[in-house]
Design a protein around this ligand. Structure first.
Ligand SMILES: [Zn+2]
Length: 276
């Protein structure tokens, strides 16, 4: 089918008691495996092109790859710009066929974040696609620290920007390599009490499996972004593939060995977000 918007997959998730995975893609091998996993689990999937991915492969190429995968898939696929930092970048993603724009104004003062995100949301909606914003700040493991989302600010942000989904900072941290952290459920409940917008968790790799499943079913969290844990699976599979045969040099042959482990790991992530 054709690419669908973020709203097309998050609104049914909100009412149906499940969440959709935003899988962080870095190239053809992983995005293809993610769509194969979504097809095997019969669930929608959000393919995300973040800053690292875009530094490696130009947006017009990524847009075509996402579109090609979506057209061949029997499940809904969203082409999502993750952490767009400027209007120009968002406009370019729109021109390249993306169906969802995340504008990240979370490092800016609240009023500026609201004004700029509202502008991107208006642009997205004018073209029939979706927009995600971020309120509070989700930090980075070994880097910038988080600032928890204030529930009143989140409600105001959702209302005044008109976004389709709001990324919140509730104990989540980007780039975590283990799942020992956990989310602040009291803060999630306080945010939910003031707004009915679908919520997004960046840094989903750091959230324990049981909490991911429980919140997918019983909270307004409709999207978990998962990058690190799948990148680790890919890296391990690639290392094994390279080391398994010193005479093998053809990269297509080597990369083939990453497909099955990555599909297996992605299926496990997708299963964990399904309805009860
Ligand atoms: Zn993020």
């Amino acid at each position: 089918m054709s690419l669908v918007t973020l709203s097309d997959v998050l609104q049914p998730a909100l009412s149906g008691g499940y969440a959709v995975a935003g899988l962080v893609a870095l190239g053809w091998e992983d995005m293809r495996a993610y769509v194969a996993a979504a097809e095997a689990e019969n669930v929608p999937v959000i393919l995300q092109a973040g800053p690292a991915c875009r530094a490696h492969t130009p947006l017009p190429v990524l847009g075509k790859m996402f579109q090609h995968l979506a057209e061949a898939a029997p499940v809904p696929v969203v082409a999502h710009l993750d952490h767009g930092y400027t209007l120009d970048e968002c406009r370019m993603a729109l021109d390249c066929g993306f169906t969802s724009l995340m504008y990240d104004g979370s490092r800016k003062p609240l009023n500026q974040n609201i004004d700029e995100t509202a502008q991107i949301a208006e642009l997205a909606h004018a073209y029939g696609i979706s927009c995600e914003g971020e309120i509070g700040f989700v930090g980075y493991s070994g880097g910038e620290s988080s600032a928890g989302t204030d529930p009143q600010d989140a409600a105001r942000f959702a209302q005044e920007t008109g976004v389709d989904a709001v990324a919140v900072s509730v104990g989540n941290v980007h780039l975590q390599q283990n799942r020992e952290g956990g989310l602040d459920e009291a803060r999630i409940r306080a945010i939910e009490a003031l707004s009915d917008i679908p919520l997004v968790i960046h840094g989903g790799s750091g959230v324990p499996d049981a909490q991911r499943t429980a919140l997918a079913r019983e909270s307004a969290i409709c999207k978990f972004n998962i990058g690190t844990e799948l990148r680790m699976v890919f890296g391990t599979a690639l290392r094994e593939a390279v080391n398994s045969d010193p005479d093998r040099f053809d990269r297509v042959q080597i990369l083939k060995d990453t497909h099955d482990p990555l599909v297996h790991a992605a299926r496990r992530v997708l299963r964990g977000l399904k309805p009860a």
